[in-house]
Design a protein around this ligand. Structure first.
Ligand code: MG
Ligand code: MG
Length: 249
């Protein structure tokens, strides 16, 4: 079932998404070589509590932390650890969810650790961020979920990067993950129609090599099958009569 949210509900999702955005801003500002991924987890959790929210992923389906931290060839769902130190030259995906008065927000970004990327890595990160922007611009009431998928696919595939297919975006509202699934590549099905009041998370995961991924033995961390680097950006987006409105910006 796809929920259509009224103005008040969307405002609560916006408040949750703003707590996510501010918590991620604090984590991003703190990122430097020598910190552990657990340090980043604590920064996110403290920021959210200070802002009156609750970390959404803590204990969600058994996830053992608040923040997902995915380094280099890790695609999504990396688990923060006290013995995992980030180094200069790493790229780290920080993916975070929070709730506010029973409503959820979710956002992610990929951040270089202590350096400015160039060449193909810069292209990977910039293209992933840009594909999310294009996907949001493709939203219009009366269109289809596939319009979102196609905007990403048409932009990314000619660059030779791999769009992860095994993990997709999702609806969001009173649960962190709701219907409908939002693929980041064109499938045979055009998907549900886009309606005013839908709130969705679009989160392209783009690999420098093949789109194939595998799950590590910890049961959470998803890595690229070929070991290549991967980038991830995500926003919580409301569908309005004017198009896609980012709630987590
Ligand atoms: Mg997320
Ligand atoms: Mg998400």
């Amino acid at each position: 079932m796809i929920f259509l949210r009224n103005h008040d509900e969307i405002e609560k999702i916006r408040q949750a998404a703003q707590i996510v955005r501010k918590s991620l801003d604090e984590v991003e500002a703190a990122i430097r070589p020598g910190l552990t991924t657990w340090d980043l987890n604590e920064i996110a959790e403290k920021a959210t509590i200070k802002l009156g929210g609750k970390p959404a992923f803590k204990g969600y389906r058994g996830f053992p932390a608040c923040l997902c931290t995915s380094i280099n060839n890790e695609v999504v769902h990396g688990i923060p650890r006290k013995d995992r130190v980030i180094k200069e030259g790493d790229i780290i995906g920080i993916d975070y969810g929070a709730s506010f008065q029973g409503y959820f927000g979710d956002s992610a970004r990929t951040v270089p650790v202590g350096f400015t990327p160039d060449g193909k890595l810069k292209d990977l990160i910039d293209s992933t961020r840009e594909s999310l922007k294009l996907a949001i611009a493709a939203i219009k009431v009366g269109g289809f979920v596939q319009d979102i998928s196609r905007a990403i696919d048409d932009y990314i595939t000619p660059k030779g990067f791999g769009i992860v297919k095994d993990y997709v975006g999702h609806g969001i509202g009173t649960k962190p993950h709701e219907e409908p699934p939002i693929p980041h590549y064109v499938t045979r099905d055009r998907g549900p129609r886009l309606k005013e009041g839908m709130v969705i998370c679009i989160e392209p995961m783009i690999n420098m090599g093949s789109d194939e991924v595998r799950l590590l033995e910890d049961g959470w961390t998803v890595v690229t099958a070929d070991g290549a680097l991967s980038a991830h950006f995500e926003h919580t987006v409301a569908i309005t009569e004017k198009g896609g409105e980012i709630l987590s910006a």
